[in-house]
Design a protein around this ligand. Structure first.
Ligand code: AR6
Length: 182
């Protein structure tokens, strides 16, 4: 069963704005108005249509809470949709950050399945400007994704897109170790 989940998971190193999947996930903030890091890259490459929809959602719903996600067009990106997920800022003082990070992944996956998304690419949410420890974030991301795709048949491919070497190595190690054990 776990091997089936592993078959649907891929790790690559690169820029998420260039990946051709049904949906790419953005590491957004609660304002939905863009920012630095992967958020800045997605808005730059995807163009104004994405920001326009984010502003509409913000006007309607007041933004996006930490641990939640919203969906917009992919604009000029090769991806059809962008799922904007808000991960927690890591404080290290056990304020429920692990659960909030898991929720950001889970709510992105739910939104993807509701929109018939078959392939989805995730950046390493919260591990940049929000300073979440990379090893711990990867374990949470992998566990949440595996749990979801084992129970849901809509999503056929999940790509973890790692930008930095450290995350790329952590994900490869984590997924390969699991492959050997299970
Ligand atoms: N493709 C894939 N991954 C990327 C890219 C890219 N083009 N650029 C950066 N990363 P961060 P956060 C990686 O800081 O920690 C923004 O200002 C990066 O190496 O983008 O969730 C938002 O508006 C790191 O591993 O997001 C929020 O305010 C990962 O993406 C805040 O940053 C996430 O780093 C969110 O902080």
């Amino acid at each position: 069963m776990n091997n089936m989940a592993n078959d649907k998971i891929e790790v690559i190193q690169g820029d998420i704005t260039r990946i051709k999947v049904d949906a790419v996930v953005n590491a957004a903030n609660t304002s939905l108005l863009g920012g630095g890091g992967v958020d800045g890259a997605i808005h730059r490459a995807g163009g104004k249509a994405i920001l326009d929809e984010c502003i509409q959602i913000r006007n309607r719903e007041g933004g996006c809470k930490t641990g939640e996600a919203v969906i917009t067009t992919g604009g000029n990106l090769p991806a059809r949709y962008v799922i904007h997920a808000v991960g927690p800022v890591y404080s290290g003082s056990n304020k429920g950050e692990d659960e909030l990070l898991a929720s950001a992944y889970l709510n992105s996956l739910k939104l993807a399945a509701e929109n018939q998304v078959q392939s989805i690419a995730f950046p390493n949410i919260s591990t940049g400007i929000y300073r979440f420890p990379k090893e711990k974030a990867a374990a949470i991301a992998i566990k949440t994704v595996k749990g979801f795709i084992m129970a849901n048949n809509t999503i056929q491919k999940v790509i973890f897109v790692c930008f930095d070497d450290e995350n790329y190595q952590i994900y490869n190690r984590a997924l390969n170790v699991n492959k050997h054990i299970l």
